[in-house]
Ligand binder design. Sequence first.
Ligand code: PHB
Length: 395
Amino acid sequence: MTATTRTRVAIIGAGPAGLLLSHLLGQAGIESIVIDQRTREEIEHTIRAGILEHGTAEVLAATGASDRVKTVGHRHDGIELRFAGEGHRIDFAALTGRGVWLYPQHEVLIDLIAVRLAAGQDLRFGVTAVAVEGADTDRPVVHATTADGEPLVIEADFVVGADGSRSVARTAVTGSTTGGYFREYPFAWFGILCEAPPSAPELIYSNSPNGFALISQRSATVQRMYFQCDPEIDPESLSEREIWDDLRSRVDGHELLEGPIFQRDVLRFRSFVAHELRRGRVALVGDAAHTVPPTGAKGMNLAVADVLLLDRALRALLLDGDERPLDRYAETALRRIWKAQHFSWWMTSMLHVAPDASDFDRLRQLGELRSVVESEAGRRYLAEAYTGWPFETEL
Ligand code: PHB
């Protein structure tokens, strides 16, 4: 027996994009169902990146999506760019009047899940979307399988694919799971969590002849750090000593405070934008629509920007029968997406050392870094992009 359920908006994926969209729609009185193949445990404990743009933190706090972001999170007013053995601070507050918040994604998810459940929201874990059909009709359908292996059909007025980089919904929009513009990189990040005091008050993005490193934080006692590695490396193949030596050789003289490493992972990354973001009554948001390398800290922020637009478009469609904002969703979202793609690619290529880099490439890269830090315009460009461009107010 196939169970069939109806809702106004079926959202595939309980990540930041899907949960925030459901929360915002709920505030407009629009009912939704959110499904995710993962368990609540898994969603709340998977370690992801941790930087929220100024505007993202404002939206989460102002809409009641997260009241911990500004109490548990830490405001950062700058970052350090490090190269040739010296650190150069980019002072976000002085350059833009804005900062960013260090507040890890899984904390945002804990907040959003709690808020959705407290509102009596239909949020189903362990439910796997199999296919989306009927994009060109006004009754699109999600075919799914429940945690018990039972088939489930969700009929909706609109379906949203917020189901990450391996999106199932993408096929209904672009005609294939992969259809998009993309670029791969010949390196990955080796990430660690360790028990140690912070090695720096703000994030350090370091370019060194041995490759890139990022010194980030989590709390007074837990730190997050990354260094450039071969995408094929087995995360268990390095000893703790080797990891610390690799990190040290990439921060070029900055003192690192060591401590026991309790988690390690390898993050492969690529740049991707789906060829289409919407077809009829199905739209893509967040990583289902695009992925960026983590160097610009844009992933979750871009998802939030998509969601703000789609929320407005769906309110117009479902409350007023006005399709025009929805017709402008993709074009408007893509303007920010491509700016963020450029910024993420730029930060990545400026800071990493490609395996086949020549002496010319290396020296040119140092010239590029110097032209950024020695120019107020250069520093301001970086600060504006990193803290986040203003959200679109028109759709
Ligand atoms: C992190 O703290 O996990 C982090 C911070 C900044 C990035 C990427 C990851 O650009």
